[in-house]
Design a protein around this ligand. Structure first.
Ligand code: FES
Length: 89
């Protein structure tokens, strides 16, 4: 049986978006595809997380990551999702 769907929330507010989340979104999309976990992860955007000064902000389930860069997101994704096995059934 499929485990509960994981969720990535990317702040798409103007501050975070302009400071890196536009590119980070593409990196996340590519990661999900390459690890074949697109079906188990719900990717969504938020308008503002209220943490603009600490942005760019990305949430993975309940974990809030601040100061995320397009270069740093892969390390976070690997930590959260490993090679993808924990989101498969
Ligand atoms: S724009 Fe991202 S926290 Fe405000």
């Amino acid at each position: 049986m499929m485990k509960k769907k994981r969720e990535i929330t990317l702040c798409m507010g103007s501050s975070c978006f302009a400071r890196g989340n536009a590119r980070t979104l593409e990196v996340i999309r590519t990661f999900l595809k390459e690890h074949d976990i697109e079906a188990g992860v719900f990717l969504k955007g938020s308008r503002c997380e209220g943490l603009c000064s600490k942005g760019p902000v990305v949430r993975v389930d309940d974990a809030v990551y601040t100061g995320v860069s397009p270069d740093g997101i892969e390390e976070i994704l690997l930590r959260e999702f490993g090679e993808g096995e924990d989101v498969h059934d």
